[in-house]
Design a protein around this ligand. Sequence first.
Ligand code: TXA
Ligand code: MG
Length: 358
Amino acid sequence: MRTEILRADSGDLLKICERAAAVWEAGGLVAFPTETVYGLGADGLSETAASRIYAAKNRPSDNPLILHIGRKEDLAPLVRVVPGSAEKLMDAFWPGPLTMVLPKADIVPFETTGGLSTVAVRMPSHPVANALLKSTRVPIAAPSANLSGRPSPTRAAHVIEDMDGRIDLIVDGGDVGIGLESTIVDLSGEIPVLLRPGYITREMLSEVLGEVLMDPAVTKDAIIHRVEVSGTPKAPGMKYRHYAPKAPLTVVYGDPVRTAERISSLADERTAVIAPEEHIHLYTRGHVLPMGRLSDPESVARDLYDVLRTCDAINASRIYAEDFTEADMGGAVMNRLLKAAGGNYVSEEELNRGGCGK
Ligand code: TXA
Ligand code: MG
C-alpha cells in the first residue's frame, strides 16, 4: 500500500479534512497529530476498520481503543449514561488530554473495546485533530500511531518510520505539544479510578471530583517490583511491555554527580545515557542524550519518546537513564520510563556493585 503524506501547515486544512474523511468513510486508516501523541485513526463504529488498526500496529486485539470525538455532544450517543462526574470533567478538561471510560452504548462494537462493556472516549484539543474529527460523522478509534511495543510517536517522522506502507494517509502536523498519552480515568464505578497517568494529574482530577483512586497496577511500586497487584490492570494496554527501546534500559537514582561517575565508568561507545540537560556535562563517556530540563518537567515529557527512539536509531546495546522528578507531570514521565525499563530501577551504589536491576 502506498501511504499518502499531507502537511497540515500547507494551508489547505479543509482539503486535508475532506481527504481524511473520505479515507475514514471507506474504512481506511489515517494517522494524525493530537496534543498528546500521534494517533492512528479509523471508523470507531466499524468492526472491519477496527481490525485494520490492530493489523497495522501488530496489536493484540484484546487491547481496547480510545474513541476520539470533535464535539462534547458526540459523547452521549456512545455511552449508556453521561454521569455528573463526566459532565464536570468535560467542563474542566475538554477539549484536552483526558480520556474517560464509561459503560458503552450498543452502537460501539466489541472489536473497538477489546471485548469490554465499557468504552474510552476523548476529545483532543489539537486544532488539526479537532478539524479532522469535526469533518467526519463517526467517532474515530485511534491508538497511538506506533507499531505495538515501540515508543509512541511525537512527530510525523516517527509515524512514517513505523507506518509507511501500512496505512492510507499520514497528516503531518509537526511535533506534538505534550508528548505523553492522555490521562485515563474510569468513571464506570462508584469512585473514579485513574488508569493511566498523564498531563492531567490525579490532583487536578481530585480538585474537580473529590476522591480519585489509583489503579494499583500503575503505581511506581507495582512497576518496579512487577507485582501482580490485583490481577490484570484495568486499562488492558498497561499490561504490555510498552514504550520499549530495543536495548535493556536501567533507571538509576541517587546523587547526580556520583550517578554520572558510575554510569560513565561502565559506558562504552554503544551505551546510551539519558539525562536532563543540566547534567549532561557530568558525563565523560557514552552516547549522552539530553531529555528536557530539570527545571521544566513538561520539556522532559516532550523529549521522552524521541530519546527512546534515538536509542534504537544509534543501535545502543545498553541504556542508562537518570531518575526524574515525579512532581506535576513527572509522575507520568516516570511511569513511562520505568515501564520502558521493565521495572529496572537501581541506586547508583547498587550499580557500582555490579547490579543492574532484575
Ligand atoms: O493520548 C492518547 O490517548 C493517544 C492519542 C492518539 O489520543 N491514544 C492512545 O491510545 O494512547 P492507545 O491505544 O495507545 O492507548 C489506549 C489505552 C490502552 O492502555 C487501553 O487499554 C486503554 O486505553 N483503554 C481503552 N479502552 C478502555 C476501556 N474500556 N477500559 C479501560 N481501559 C481502556
Ligand atoms: Mg499506545
